[in-house]
Design a protein around this ligand. Structure first.
Ligand SMILES: Nc1ncnc2c1ncn2[C@@H]1O[C@H](COP(=O)(O)OP(=O)(O)OP(=O)(O)O)[C@@H](O)[C@H]1O
Length: 250
């Protein structure tokens, strides 16, 4: 059994299939989810997080079909949405505690788990500050803290490094490498270099379909000097996307 098993997944939004017959298996490790704007990354992550229902196909999370009672499986998930809403008047600690409570963590475990999560994202010294006093990058780090507070077995992070400064991005890479040792971490990003540095595996989607799954080194081999990009892996990405797109350059 793999942590995530999706078969022929379709998610229809409005007039189009944002996810279009996608099959994917992911186990332990850090998986980077890449793809151009509108490829379906956020919709896929929302579906894996059980926030969005699939229109067709099957999804199983940690061996449980994701179409019936979701409570038990949701307790084992961590999810950072692309647009992360929060209550401005909450203190940082209170906010992460509140999310831990929503995840139905046993109350006795919450204070310790919140402390550890804030420590892991380097925000211990801001724990008693109000959310509204944080910078954008710090808010993103609180988002990561709430996603990991329950020690999830499946961690889904939608553009977690947006707004992080270089030192925090390095720290983030170390953190996900640690987490990926015994859980399944899926990270959507536009930063190909984050994938090269932090991920054991790359999942490339385009137009709602799976285009490629393999190691960052495998992705790099797809590129040539003619392809756009500053690094071998960026050129590999460009090669696969340009080979599979209808066009639409601007
Ligand atoms: N609520 C919605 N209603 C209708 N169409 C939608 C909705 N949300 C997304 N879409 C469409 O679904 C497709 C996939 O969008 P999605 O946000 O999943 O892509 P993405 O890969 O995350 O893009 P980005 O990199 O720009 O964040 C796009 O064509 C988008 O326009």
């Amino acid at each position: 059994m793999q942590a995530i098993e999706a078969d022929s997944l379709v998610v229809r939004l409005g007039k189009r299939n944002a996810v279009n017959g996608l099959s994917l298996r992911l186990g332990h490790g850090v998986h980077g989810l890449l793809g151009p704007n509108g490829a379906g990354k956020t919709t896929l992550i929302r579906t894996l997080a059980t926030v969005q229902s699939p229109t067709a196909g099957t999804l199983s999370l940690l061996g449980t079909p994701a179409n019936g009672r979701l409570k038990a499986v949701r307790r084992k998930l961590g999810y950072l949405p692309q647009h992360f809403g929060y209550y401005k008047r909450f203190k940082v600690r209170e906010f992460v505690e509140y999310l831990a409570w929503l995840k139905e963590m046993p109350s006795a475990r919450i204070p310790g788990a919140v402390h550890t999560a804030l420590e892991r994202v380097g925000l211990t010294d801001r724990a008693e500050d109000r959310m509204k006093s944080l910078s954008g990058g710090m808010v993103r780090r609180v988002g990561i803290a709430q996603a990991i507070v329950n020690d999830p077995e499946v961690l889904l992070l939608d553009e977690p490094t947006v707004g992080l400064d270089p030192a925090q991005r390095l720290r983030f890479r170390e953190l996900v490498a640690e987490l990926g040792r015994d859980s399944c971490v899926l990270i959507s990003t536009h930063l190909v270099e984050d994938v090269a540095a932090a991920c054991t595996d790359v999942v490339l989607v385009n137009e709602g379909s799976l285009m490629f799954q393999g190691t960052p080194a495998d992705l790099a081999t797809a590129g040539t000097a003619q392809h756009v990009g500053d690094s071998p892996i960026e050129r590999g990405y460009s090669a696969l996307i340009s080979a599979n797109s209808a066009g639409g350059a601007w």
